[in-house]
Design a protein around this ligand. Structure first.
Ligand SMILES: [Fe+2]
Length: 197
């Protein structure tokens, strides 16, 4: 079996187990912990998800991250699994997803800050550095932000209950104006469906 075939089987069976976890536990903290565990195990095969195959944008580029879509259910766009390859300076505002989300580390450090709503804005309530062997997960209304200071590619799995293009009402807190806004469509999604097909 080639390496690509091994990877394809592992990705497909991971997604299948995640479908089953959601079916059993619904969108709950318990279910998300198990989903995160599945993704951490897959992320352990870092030789399958290299910077060479999934590069971050060049230093000259305005974009600092690409999200490579490696799996998504074709009939309803659910269970969307991406490899995010990002470099410094990456700083997102605090935002929610309106679906569940899980992030696990493959290479490098991604600082996640956690927030709660406070006085119309947000207040930091914690943080976690996602790196190989660790992860974070979020219920649909949970808030987080992402910060990357490494000039080398930082590579992580980002998985969502629904594909990013369909999360059209994700909100983020715009600190400059002190108001909540809606995320615009992401243009930096790269189709890498060959990984699971
Ligand atoms: Fe997010």
């Amino acid at each position: 079996m080639t390496v690509n075939e091994q990877r394809r089987i592992a990705v497909r069976s991971t997604v299948e187990r995640i479908r089953n976890i959601e079916a059993t536990h619904g969108v709950t903290r318990t279910g998300l912990e198990q989903i995160e565990l599945q993704l951490r195990e897959l992320a352990g095969h870092s030789d399958w998800f290299t910077e060479n195959e999934f590069p971050a944008p060049e230093q000259e580029s305005e974009d600092t991250s690409f999200v490579y879509r490696i799996s998504e259910d074709p009939q309803d766009n659910r269970f969307a699994l991406y490899i995010q390859s990002a470099r410094a300076p990456t700083n997102t505002p605090a935002h929610n997803h309106h679906t569940w989300a899980a992030i696990t580390g493959i290479r490098g450090d991604e600082l996640n800050r956690f927030y709660r709503r406070s006085n119309g804005g947000v207040e930091v309530v914690g943080s976690h550095v996602v790196r190989p062997g660790s992860g974070v997960s979020f219920l649909p209304d949970d808030l987080h932000s992402i910060h990357i200071t490494d000039n080398e590619a930082v590579i992580n799995f980002h998985m969502y209950g629904l594909g990013l293009e369909y999360l059209t009402d994700r909100e983020y807190y715009h600190a400059g104006s002190g108001s909540w806004k809606v995320f615009k469509d992401r243009s930096n999604i790269v189709d890498a469906g060959y990984v699971s097909q």
